[in-house]
Design a protein around this ligand. Structure first.
Ligand SMILES: Nc1ncnc2c1ncn2[C@@H]1O[C@H](COP(=O)(O)OP(=O)(O)OP(=O)(O)O)[C@@H](O)[C@H]1O
Ligand SMILES: CC(C)(CO)[C@@H](O)C(=O)[O-]
Ligand code: BAL
Length: 282
């Protein structure tokens, strides 16, 4: 695995691979790597022989008072995890290099970017799309792999790619969970053992919702009710939202909806904001 921080060096490595006839798959991350990230890399390997992983904690996607400073940074540990699993390049740009001295938002997530996560984290999605655009321009991959855990991010990145990066195919990989159901997340390391138990109710609520959907008469309303009932068993979790959205538009669905929907949950446990989701077909 080659470790690269300059964009010119990255471009040279990627161009050499393409010249050799290899396709390039890209996995953007913010580091503090866990099995969820490693599963994205496995997925990337299924698509392309040359895999670029980036680790970059993007200041533009954190709001004032969020955890940018304390976000876990473990670059040497991360590099060890990536060694020997088929990663060709680990790209760790500096802020100056990636933004070329222009640390400003250049992408807009529009109306959907203001809902759900965007409502709790104003400007988060504009900042996320901006760094994804900068990274796509730097890496120029054939494929980019994102985790389904961040469902609204996936929706918005697909829109960005459709509008501005039509040569990049966006691949979505399933959410990796602990055996108790909790979705892996770098922020889980902020959870105390007691918080951890509380956090398990989030995935339990998603399972309850799936069960409600598969019982005769299962409807958007019964699904939302089932998830809400489960979350009331964990009053320590400060529920932000439970929402059911059309997977194709990210707009809320009503009773009578048919097709693919995504049930989204966000809650703050202790000091930590957690999100999770599950796809439900009606
Ligand atoms: N449990 C998971 N399963 C699969 N993919 C995941 C999982 N957790 C994160 N990812 C994906 O990894 C990529 C990088 O995410 P990121 O580095 O922010 O990790 P994270 O664990 O989501 O951290 P955070 O605590 O910031 O949410 C994203 O595409 C994200 O969706
Ligand atoms: C896509 C991403 C790496 C952009 O900073 C980040 O939002 C993440 O880790 O999900
Ligand atoms: N995994 C999404 C990135 C963020 O929370 O900022």
């Amino acid at each position: 695995m080659q470790r690269v921080s300059g964009i010119n060096e990255l471009t040279a490595a990627v161009e050499a691979a393409k010249k050799d006839g290899l396709e390039v798959a890209f996995v953007p991350t913010m580091g503090a790597l866990h099995e969820g990230h490693l599963s994205l890399i496995k997925e990337a390997r299924r698509h392309a022989a040359f895999v670029v992983v980036s680790i970059f904690v993007n200041p533009l996607q954190f709001g004032a008072g969020e955890d940018f400073e304390k976000y876990p940074r473990a670059i040497e540990e991360d590099a060890e995890k990536l060694d020997g699993i088929g990663v060709s390049v680990l790209f760790t740009p500096t802020v100056n290099d990636l933004y070329r001295g222009n640390l400003n938002v250049s992408e807009s997530a529009g109306h959907i970017g203001e809902l759900y996560e965007g409502s709790a984290r104003p400007d988060h999605f504009d900042g996320m799309l901006t760094v994804v655009a900068r990274l796509f321009e730097a890496v120029k991959p054939n494929y980019a792999v994102f985790g389904a855990k961040d469902a609204q991010q996936v929706y918005l990145v697909k829109q960005l790619a459709a509008q501005k990066f039509t040569g990049i195919e966006i691949i979505v990989a399933p959410t990796i969970r602990e055996s108790n159901g909790l979705a892996l997340s770098s922020r889980n390391r902020y959870l105390s053992p007691a918080d951890h138990k509380v956090a398990e109710h989030i995935s339990a609520a998603l399972r309850s919702a799936q069960q409600a959907a598969s019982t005769p008469g299962g409807s958007p309303q019964s699904v939302l009710q089932a998830a809400t009932t489960e979350m009331t068993k964990a009053p320590e979790a400060k529920l932000d939202y439970i929402a059911l959205v059309d997977a194709d538009t990210f707009e809320a669905v009503n009773d009578g909806f048919t097709g693919r929907a995504i049930l989204l949950i966000a809650a703050v446990v202790g000091e930590t904001r957690l999100i999770d989701n599950t796809e439900i077909t009606f």
